[in-house]
Design a protein around this ligand. Sequence first.
Ligand code: M6P
Ligand code: ZN
Length: 187
Amino acid sequence: MKPFATTLSFAERMITPCGQRTERRLSHMRGMYQDIAETEAILRRDDPLIYEVYAGGVPEKEGQLPHCLTVLYPGQVGDEYYMTKGHFHVAMDTAEIYLGLEGEGYLLMQTKEGDSQALEMERGTIAYIPPYWAHRTVNTGKGPFVFFAVWPGHAGHDYGTIEESGFLKLVMERDGQPVLIPNPRYR
Ligand code: M6P
Ligand code: ZN
């Protein structure tokens, strides 16, 4: 492999050239939002784009540092703000760094032992996700929440655990403000 550089376009909210662009629509997140009836009602009308991920083109291999740009759009399913699926790393003892670039939101984290933490993120926030912590971002702002992420190449994405158990905390709008509440469906 040879050294290379790519361009993070702040205006266009993308990395060029981009290794791979992944689109997550509401239909890819069925059952992840609290209000399942509202999810299905929205899906009968439309399939909104929740977020996009632009990969920087580095292979997910030991020794490498894959990185990407995530653009999480503003919106809600019922009272719950748009969010990413969230994941643990398959290699649990691997960390990750997020750098906030635009907009605002929360970084929700939790361990399999039931510890939970939420960090507020905005432009300039460097958030450190330690080994063993699952991570999900939530957009609580009016515009796109955009952040850059870097993680070890052998980490791998485990989505199944979160699909089954959910996150400990939900980020909901109450009286126009984001509030964190315990997830009644967490298992
Ligand atoms: C961040 C990183 C990526 C991740 C993306 C979207 O940019 O953690 O590895 O893919 O967010 O989150 P998710 O994979 O949970 O949908
Ligand atoms: Zn990760």
